[in-house]
Design a protein around this ligand. Structure first.
Ligand code: AMP
Length: 475
């Protein structure tokens, strides 16, 4: 039986915000986690995004912090008491938005810091004092090292999407950040899976955590209608357009496996008359937020995205998700289709299975979800053949094949590009002509190059001017 929020004895100013959000009953993760956190326990939660986990950790933390509420404008009266760490800028921005909405009727302040943005406005906000700080690890370290923020009074830490943070290689940054925190604190860890690495992280940083598992990571929501079509790689675009029309789909996410493929498909859909935009790790922060915003407002119909850029994004009512490419990791299939069918709504997930590589990856999905997949044929209606997949566009498909061969490497590169540290670099200048169609593929910066610019080694992010380097120039 669904439980009502009124059973929690939350403060009226929090209940007012909950009511304003329109929530009637608690989701399972909320019903299980909130009482534990209010009682002071650590939590290790396995919950997919879309389960309501943000409120599950934010509401009890705010409830416990209310005793520190202060109307004073003095920064000293608003030290950071709760730290929420997330792997990507979009997630950090999204979670901060929710935290602010729940804290709306309290005197508690929330702020978000992530890479790819000027540090100055973030610094001004930090210096005014904030109780809840939502951050990506790299940028937080930049602020710590620039002495813009102190974590000495932190009482609560949330490691959200912890598995993804480890995937991206944030473990050293996390260890460093946690070393700045008081030992006595409440720590909450949320992860889609409890891999051995996550268990190790939990053993090092959590104390006797209560384990809460609301949906196994290999479960897909029953409200999602999943179908898999056998489509030759060269016919995928045509199949996508046909199904969009046939199923009368107004808005959809279209997932692809590489940044290059992402940009190329979005562009080609635009040329076919769709309002499409690309979301991938090479886009500047500003471009990514604009793309999301345009999709949320309905100005864009098709958001063509790679996994890292789209992970965990909470965009309500996406009626459909296409897997234009079958993901390299079966778990990403669960995350991708989790963008639709959220909070009980119905959704459609369509996957295109092309060559042998896709067949193998589909087998991985069958194993993970323990569901037998029936491959459907696709019959093209007799209208125009997809001329894009012939003639001059063929050069593009050669690259597609190369990308498929690159497999996991492409995913790793995408992850590196999604790292806030990468984001801190200046965005490349826009080329005057469309580089995706006119220049050969070039390898992006490698993971090794990224490792070399970690603050642990150079001290500061590229956004903070190093006095030493300047002095060296003049000497
Ligand atoms: P999250 O898993 O935290 O990303 O939340 C997914 C979505 O569920 C967000 O849009 C929340 O606003 C929404 N949500 C959270 N809690 C509830 C609830 N108790 N009832 C309905 N929707 C909720």
């Amino acid at each position: 039986m669904p439980l009502s929020f009124s059973q929690l004895n939350l403060a009226p100013n929090l209940m007012r915000a909950v009511a304003e959000m329109g929530y009637e009953t608690m989701t399972p993760i909320q019903a299980q986690a909130i009482p534990v956190v209010i009682a002071g326990g650590d939590v290790m939660g396995a919950a997919q995004t879309g389960t309501g986990k943000t409120a599950a950790f934010t509401l009890p933390l705010l409830q416990r912090m209310l005793k520190h509420e202060s109307a004073s404008t003095s920064p000293a009266r608003h030290p950071v008491r709760a730290l929420v760490l997330l792997p990507t800028r979009e997630l950090a921005d999204q979670v901060a938005g929710q935290v602010k909405a729940y804290a709306k009727y309290t005197q508690l302040r929330a702020a978000v810091v992530f890479g790819g943005m000027d540090m100055k406005p973030q610094t001004i906000e930090l210096k005014k004092g904030v109780e809840v700080l939502v951050a990506t690890p790299g940028r937080l370290l930049d602020h710590i090292e620039a002495k813009n923020v102190s974590l000495a009074q932190v009482e609560y830490v949330v490691l959200d999407e912890a598995d993804r943070m480890l995937d991206i290689g944030f473990l050293p940054d996390l260890e460093r950040i946690l070393s700045f925190l008081p030992k006595s604190r409440t720590t909450l860890l949320f992860s889609a899976t409890f891999s051995p690495e996550i268990k190790r992280l939990s053993a090092s940083f959590l104390q006797n955590p209560v384990t809460i598992e609301v949906a196994r990571p290999n479960e897909t929501a029953s409200t999602i209608e999943q179908s898999f079509y056998s489509v030759k790689d060269d016919d995928k675009r045509r199949a996508l357009i046909q199904l969009l029309k046939e199923k009368n789909i107004k808005q959809s996410f279209v997932f692809v496996n590489s940044k290059l493929g992402c940009a190329r498909l979005a562009r080609s859909l635009e040329q076919a008359g769709f309002k499409a935009t690309a979301l991938h790790g090479d886009k500047s922060q500003d471009e990514r937020l604009k793309a999301l915003d345009a999709f949320k407002k309905g100005e864009v119909d098709l958001l063509v995205a790679t996994d890292v850029a789209a992970r965990g994004l909470d965009i309500k009512d996406v009626p459909c998700v296409f897997n234009y490419d079958i993901p390299f990791n079966a778990e990403d299939y669960i995350h991708r289709i989790g963008r639709t069918g959220r909070a009980g709504a119905s959704g459609i997930a369509v996957s295109f299975v092309g060559g042998n590589n896709d067949m193998r990856l589909m087998g991985d999905i069958e194993k993970l979800t323990k569901q037998k997949i029936n491959l459907l044929p696709i019959e093209f209606s007799g209208d125009q053949p997809d001329i894009r997949n012939q003639g001059h566009f063929n050069s593009g498909h050669r690259v597609w094949d190369d990308e498929a061969k690159r497999g996991h490497r492409a995913v790793r590169e995408e992850r590196v590009h999604a790292s806030p540290r990468y984001a801190a670099r200046p965005a490349p200048k826009a080329a005057p002509v469309d580089p995706f169609f006119s220049t050969p593929y070039q390898e992006p910066i490698t993971s090794q190059a990224m490792v070399d610019v970690t603050p642990a080694k150079v001290g500061f992010s590229p956004n903070i001017k190093s006095k030493k380097k300047v002095a060296a120039l003049f000497s």
